[in-house]
Design a protein around this ligand. Sequence first.
Ligand code: ATP
Ligand code: MG
Length: 362
Amino acid sequence: MDIAAYLRQQKEQIGHESRQVKDFSVFDFNYIPPQPVVRMECKELIDEMLRFEVSGIASHYAVIGSRGSGKTLMLKYLQRIMPGQTCLEFLYANCRHHNTSFKIFSHLLGGQIAGGSLTGLYDRFLQKYRRKTVVVLDEVDLMSPKDKHREILYLLSRSEQPYMIVMLSNSPHLVKQLDAATRSSLQPVPLHFKNYNAEQIHEILRDRAAQGLHRWDDGSIAQIAALTTRLTNADARVAIKTLKYTVTKPGEDLTNCFERARRDIVVDMVNDLSDANLMILWAAATSKSDLAKEIYQRYCRFSQTQQEKPFSYVYFYSNLSYLQSVGLVALVSTKVGRTYTNRVLATFDTSIVDSLFKLRFG
Ligand SMILES: Nc1ncnc2c1ncn2[C@@H]1O[C@H](COP(=O)(O)OP(=O)(O)OP(=O)(O)O)[C@@H](O)[C@H]1O
Ligand SMILES: [Mg+2]
């Protein structure tokens, strides 16, 4: 093969495929649009932040919504605009990347603080943030089991300084899963972000197209929006990725683009799972039985081969709930003999988990 000729040919081909695109960054999931499509649920949050600014008395919030429902975007957007219009300080931490109270404080203090105690760090936090401060904790259910009590929530909600906590999560069980002492001092107000409807997804895609494309076909955008709401939990990520494929692979069938995008998003999601959650998902996807108890046995056996102490059944089950909340499995209550038990059904092509599992665990 003549590599130079191949390079020339591909350069031309890829240039041709990208002709429609003015700005690729609109397909980046971290892109913050100049004006996101408005979510009415946000008004409550904004009003509460403004009341907090005036009174210094905080109501804490648990924002719950399925994947791709705009939780992170909305709070990041508020972080961008609030400080200019109010005197609130606005802090954001993602608990997937900073998964213990210690690491979150260290991150919010601006660095990698290695030694010392949690109370020491908390004291530094109190010194640094004396103003009214909103603290957003994204993906809060991904805090490590090592920090079972999620002490940061307890500390901030008991503080005499004015802090308002906003937790973001996929899990409708989030508030129930907090420990009793934290729940009673935090008393979070649940705020549900409903799944987008087809018109909202359509609007999101049209905005992206207007920002990032030279031209687009509104009919295709409507079709992507319809597929996304019908076949996913209205995950805006799938819609955005499908749009990218339809414009960078001209001629490819739209439903193929959609299926590819959907598969990519599942791969990303499975790849992002912790080792324990990946083991649990793998056990569910490859077990001969779909009964939760038997999947638990399979998970325990594998965990032991990895010299890992397996979770208790209760903790295993709360991890299954997490996998359900991100849409990877469905838990269905069923009667076996005289008792009720749960069946665990994978909601995607299970070959994905098997191959990613082999990559991670050999
Ligand atoms: N209202 C909106 N306007 C414009 N873009 C949006 C809107 N809602 C979501 N998006 C886009 O969809 C993608 C997914 O949104 P986001 O990351 O905020 O979802 P999420 O609810 O945080 O999902 P997860 O639970 O997986 O973290 C992002 O690229 C985001 O920019
Ligand atoms: Mg998010």
